[in-house]
Design a protein around this ligand. Structure first.
Ligand SMILES: [Zn+2]
Length: 257
């Protein structure tokens, strides 16, 4: 109602303006120009206000606050076959991530290798290794959309990357079989693959990574693998704490295991 009233008013002002210009011949031209500028200035303000208010209301009606975020999550740096597709993105200093609706990636939660720098190999280990046999079911840790299923002979072997509603991505490596396809939406706990021993791997296990905007975070800070839960309903990503190696920004081919 408000918009249509304002539109009518604008139309009226427009008609009035034309009428003024017809009748203006007797008036001095500078008086007329001043009146014209004033009218235009008033119109601009009204129009802009309507545009902003309407656009905000439209977005809220359509998506609600939460899903506006999701629209960005599944569009930014989506079409990439890199493990870290956010090569040139500006990464926030900190971000609270919702990890309340989760599933453990594999039933057996025994960690065989931790996150961190591996002296013997001279490189970072960007995830944790979880004990698994060939053919064990691997589950999506959170709800989200499969971004990538790929094979890397000298690295992750068969691996799956899922981007989640909470903004995170998880990586599952050394798999023997995919159970999902890219762009498929999965819920937390959906079987996505079978574990295996493919790629650079010395025995069957699941390599599991948790990342935010490409930056690897220690999964053991989010998940309590002993009890099969997350520690809290939220996890606060801290760029400076987690970005413990510039290697996070390297291409997938240089990141192994
Ligand atoms: Zn690993």
């Amino acid at each position: 109602m408000k918009l249509s009233f304002n539109s009518l008013r604008l139309s009226f002002i427009g008609i009035a303006l034309i009428s003024v210009s017809i009748a203006a011949s007797a008036q001095s031209i500078s008086d007329y120009r001043k009146a014209h500028r004033d009218l235009l200035a008033k119109q601009e303000k009204i129009k802009d206000k309507i545009k902003v208010e309407e656009a905000q209301k439209y977005a809220q009606d359509l998506y609600g606050d939460k899903q506006v975020d999701n629209a960005d999550i599944y569009s930014e740096a989506w079409n990439s076959d890199r493990v870290n597709p956010y090569q040139n993105a500006s990464i926030p200093t900190s971000k609270v991530l919702d990890v309340s609706k989760y599933a453990m990636p594999i039933k057996n939660n025994a960690i065989t290798s931790h996150f961190g720098y591996r002296k013997q190999f001279g490189r970072m280990h960007y995830g944790v290794d979880l004990k698994a046999s060939v053919g064990d079911t691997v589950y999506a840790a959170f709800s989200g959309k499969v971004r990538l299923t790929k094979f890397e002979r000298n690295g992750y072997g068969f691996f799956v990357i899922v981007r989640h509603d909470n903004g995170m991505e998880t990586v599952y490596g050394h798999l023997s079989k995919f159970l999902v396809k890219p762009n498929q939406y999965v819920k937390a706990g959906t079987p996505i693959a079978l574990s295996g021993n493919t790629g650079r791997s010395t025995g069957p296990h699941l390599h599991f990574e948790t990342r935010y905007m490409g930056v690897a975070m220690n999964p053991e800070k989010i998940f309590d693998f002993i009890n099969g839960t997350t520690y809290h309903d939220t996890f606060t990503f801290n760029k400076n704490e987690n970005n413990n190696s510039g290697n996070n920004r390297q291409s997938a081919s240089r990141r192994r295991r």
